[in-house]
Design a protein around this ligand. Structure first.
Ligand code: PLP
Length: 498
């Protein structure tokens, strides 16, 4: 499974990389930002002093092979990137022993139970010894059955059938295919369109890319997208795309979905997909009415509501699932990341009887679907979350984190600090009154500054994002926030905006 992302290539290396592991990029852009510009600018702004090369020297290796990295711009690769070798609690360490306080749980945010869990490792090891693999077709295994049963108790009422896959993109892919086959088997073969939101991210496979609501090259390279990909606005209240103000807007972005469905042809629409709290724009929780309005509209037109819990699920927002904040019942749910805390690749699709019952044979198969080792990891991970009350902890300590982080709003360049549970965003602006957009190069510079000071954070839209392991302590939060204050003050000073 690791080989999906990393390919070792045996070829002569370019002379310019002879002192580091040569890495080829699959995609040089971040979906939040034109990283090409950003990195050129960062390199120009922060020569040496904050360059990655100063922090971690890349091992030479034998010089005849290369590792292909994902979405890592060439300029960053050329400077040398940290090689992370160990993790413990909320810290990771590079190959020179330098510690980083990881405020984004592995940067893609899966590591809910923290690094270095021997109990989780033991459960995985035991399952490998008992049964490392068996096919998901015509046979099954006990761990997959147990995890399906466990999830049926944790997910919203009526979600009680599950398919296990390898990651979030596969979960989204499988969910959209399930939705389509559901309609097909019910005799509504013409339902193929999928609605998603501008600013959304749902992964990189072809069905997931069709729902990628950003203007990023990672989508453009793959055009034409699957036909019938429709976008509606996100509930981004801080900078409303409809130029309205909540609550006077009466949540127009949600109500607008009805108009779009009518325009596109209600009988052609298969599903609407959205994250309960959205990563695009940075940990963006919609107003409380948003999801109930969308739920009603979907029900009115027989459109399946796919709630993407890939980030929100398993405690990230202080509830088992993000949709619980809105008391809405999805038809299909997608999950990944925190389901196994990243210890082994695992994703899942859950659905109601109404969705799966019309389907006679699901025409979908991955070799590693319902994988026994991945499911064993999921079961133990959930057991740890329950035994250590990590959901309650994420809610409680998340409130503390938000309160502490809100102090950043005293800086002239911080527009809004927001969040739910242990998922927080800091939205930047060059003018608080007009909410002027903030230069991407400056946001990237902030990420680099923090990394240089030993704190990992993430760039997301106009915001910086924080999503630490759910085991983070108040001391670690205090330390992280102190360093963020320093970084923001330094950046504001550099911009002449103190
Ligand atoms: N859905 C959401 C909401 C995500 O945030 C992501 C990844 O960040 C995905 C799907 C894709 O998951 P993966 O990267 O595991 O394929």
């Amino acid at each position: 499974m690791v080989l999906i992302m990393c390919f070792i290539r045996s070829k002569e290396v370019d002379h310019c990389f002879s002192h580091s592991v040569k890495a080829h990029q699959i995609d040089t852009f971040g979906h939040e930002v034109d990283c090409n510009n950003f990195n050129r600018n960062i390199a120009a702004q922060l020569p040496g002093a904050l360059g990655v090369k100063d922090m971690a020297k890349i091992k030479t290796g034998n010089g005849n092979s290369s590792l292909i990295l994902c979405r890592t711009p060439k300029e960053v690769i050329e400077k040398g990137i940290p090689i992370i070798t160990k993790g413990e609690g909320c810290y990771v360490f590079d190959d020179e022993g330098r510690p980083y306080l990881d405020l984004v749980a592995g940067v893609t945010r899966p590591v809910h139970v923290g690094y270095g869990r021997k109990d989780l490792a033991a459960a995985i090891m035991q399952q490998i010894v008992d049964l490392a693999y068996f096919t998901p077709m015509n046979f099954t295994n006990s761990r997959a059955l147990e995890l399906a049963e466990k999830l049926s108790h944790l997910t919203p009422e009526k979600i009680n059938s599950f398919l296990f896959v390898c990651d979030g993109s596969e979960a989204v892919e499988s969910a959209m295919k399930l939705a389509k086959q559901h309609h097909w088997d019910k005799g509504e073969k013409q339902r193929f369109k999928v609605i998603s939101r501008r600013g959304a991210y749902h992964g990189v496979t072809s069905m997931a890319l069709r729902a990628l609501g950003t203007v990023l090259p990672m989508r453009h390279y793959m055009e034409p997208l699957t036909p019938g990909s429709i976008f509606v606005e996100s509930p981004y209240c801080y900078r409303c795309p409809l130029h309205l103000n909540y609550p006077d807007c009466e949540v127009a972005c949600a109500r607008d979905v009805r108009r779009i469905i009518e325009f596109e042809g209600p009988d052609q629409i298969s599903a609407l997909i959205g994250e309960p709290i959205q990563q695009g724009f940075g940990a963006l929780a919609p107003p409380p009415e948003y999801w109930p309005i969308i739920r009603d509209i979907c029900s009115d037109y027989g459109v399946l509501l796919i709630i993407d819990e890939v980030i929100c699920g398993f405690g990230r927002t202080g509830r088992w699932f993000g949709i619980e904040h809105f008391q809405v019942k999805p038809d299909i749910m997608t999950m990944a990341k925190g389901i196994s805390s990243g210890y082994v690749p695992l994703g899942a699709v859950g659905c109601t009887d109404e969705v799966i019952d019309p389907v006679d044979t699901l025409e979908h198969l991955h070799t590693y679907a319902n994988h026994p080792v991945a499911c064993a990891a999921g079961l133990k991970n959930i057991d740890i979350i329950e035994k250590e009350s990590l959901i309650e902890r994420a809610a409680e300590i998340g409130d503390y984190f938000l309160e502490t982080l809100k102090t950043l709003e005293e800086h002239p360049i911080v527009g809004e600090v927001r969040g739910r549970g242990l998922w927080l965003g800091i939205d930047f602006t060059t003018d608080k009154r007009t909410k002027e957009m903030f230069p991407m190069t400056r946001l990237s510079s902030l990420v680099q500054r923090a990394q240089h000071k030993g704190v990992l954070i993430k760039l997301m839209g106009q915001a910086l994002e924080l999503a630490p392991p759910l085991v983070i302590t108040k001391d670690e939060i205090d330390k992280g926030v102190k360093i963020l204050h320093e970084c923001v003050a330094e950046e504001a000073k550099d911009m002449g905006l103190e």
